[in-house]
Design a protein around this ligand. Structure first.
Ligand code: UT7
Length: 337
């Protein structure tokens, strides 16, 4: 239920008070993949940095992963689900066409007062969601929210296409945002963008209104994710560099002020190449793609949760989240944790 009155106090801050993540237990290794398609551990690892990824079973759905991550984030924040004002799920692999995955999470958590919706900005979905929720909280329209990135990409993976099936994994990450006054920390700034002219670089075309289930597909592979890896690679590096530079300039920060940059984990080589162009030292760039593969909207909150729980990020640290994905879309957030 949305708040009826606004508290436009300029001291309202959207503070991350909790984080959590969850991945399914089943693991698929590069060696497993080499038995399925013409590839090798050496090729996958040297081109992407990926060693293993987690796979959902038939029974594990996106809402299930999202709910498990959400429970951990709520516990960290010490917040009851009943007190939540909003649930946003960033996903391109929703529970079903409708209702939204967020409504299933709301039901599972018993978050009766929360309104709920999904955001479909692909790998940038979590960063986009933080940007939106930040505005609602700072405007005084909202006291608290759960922002979740949750994906079951292996359910739309073409296991015969070696150029894409090696990349993706399943998982979910969540943060709790709460309105705090005079907190002196929180989300400081976000930058977001999109360029639909590049939609063909990354997509999954069936079954939407352009290719409805009632008409036979001209190409049966349209039920799967399709990517033009090279094109994505080049754009991703440029957009990540530009988004992080925008954050630093807008907030008047130098790299010395930043404790960690958490990029969407799409390819370790893309992240390393962007970090090099930014002159970011290795210890300020977190990479965990070796364990999870590309989990799209879930990758930034999973990485953030891992950093927090292993004390790589501490209270008061400045952290930059940055992402690039289908659409194409991109974005970044500056957080004082
Ligand atoms: O989050 C956004 C979604 N993520 C992406 O879209 C991924 C972005 N792109 C990438 O990560 C990289 O472009 C890939 C990892 C997908 C591909 O790496 P690449 O260095 O760009 O390779 P490539 O596509 O230029 O292919 C090089 C060669 C080709 O063979 P030929 O034509 O040179 O003989 C491919 O057929 O590698 C071949 N190849 C493979 N070989 C072994 C492609 N996939 C594989 C494979 N194993 N799995």
């Amino acid at each position: 239920m949305e708040k009826k009155t606004e508290d436009r106090s300029p001291t309202n801050r959207a503070v991350i008070t909790g984080c959590g993540s969850f991945v399914p237990s089943k693991i698929l290794t590069n060696e497993d993949l080499a038995r399925m398609v013409d590839t090798s551990d050496e090729w996958i690892n040297s081109r992407t940095g990926i060693k293993t990824r987690h796979l959902t079973s038939d029974e594990e759905s996106t809402a299930y992963l999202a709910t498990e991550a959400a429970k951990r984030a709520l516990q960290y924040a010490g917040l009851d689900a009943e007190d939540l004002g909003l649930i946003v799920v960033a996903t391109i692999t929703p529970e079903m066409v409708f209702p939204s995955t967020a409504c299933f999470v709301q039901q599972a958590l018993g978050a009766k007062k929360a309104w709920a919706f999904d955001i479909g900005a692909a790998c940038s979905g979590f960063v986009y969601s933080l940007h939106l929720v930040h505005q609602l909280i700072e405007n005084g329209r909202l006291d608290s929210a759960l922002v979740i990135g949750a994906e079951t990409l292996t359910k739309i993976t073409n296991w015969k296409d070696r150029s894409s099936c090696i990349l993706f994994g399943d998982g979910a990450g969540a943060v709790v945002l709460q309105r705090k006054q005079n907190a002196g920390r929180g989300i400081l700034y976000s930058t977001v963008g999109a360029d639909g002219t590049f939609w063909e670089a990354l997509n999954c075309q069936a079954y939407g209104s352009r290719h409805p289930v009632s008409r036979p597909l001209d190409n049966p592979d349209k039920v799967y994710m399709q990517i033009k890896g090279r094109e994505v690679y080049q754009q991703a590096v440029r957009r990540i560099v530009d988004a992080v530079t925008d954050c630093l300039e807008h907030c008047g920060l130098t790299l010395d002020d930043v404790a960690m940059v958490i990029s969407h984990q799409m390819n370790a080589r893309i992240i390393e190449s962007a970090a090099k162009r930014l002159n970011l030292p290795e210890e300020k760039v977190f990479i965990n793609i070796q364990n999870y593969g590309n989990t799209s909207a879930a990758s930034v909150p999973i990485a953030f949760d891992e950093c927090v729980r292993h004390s790589k990020i501490k209270k008061g640290d400045i952290v930059i989240f940055v992402a690039f994905g289908a659409g194409v879309t991109w974005g970044a957030n500056v957080i004082e944790f």
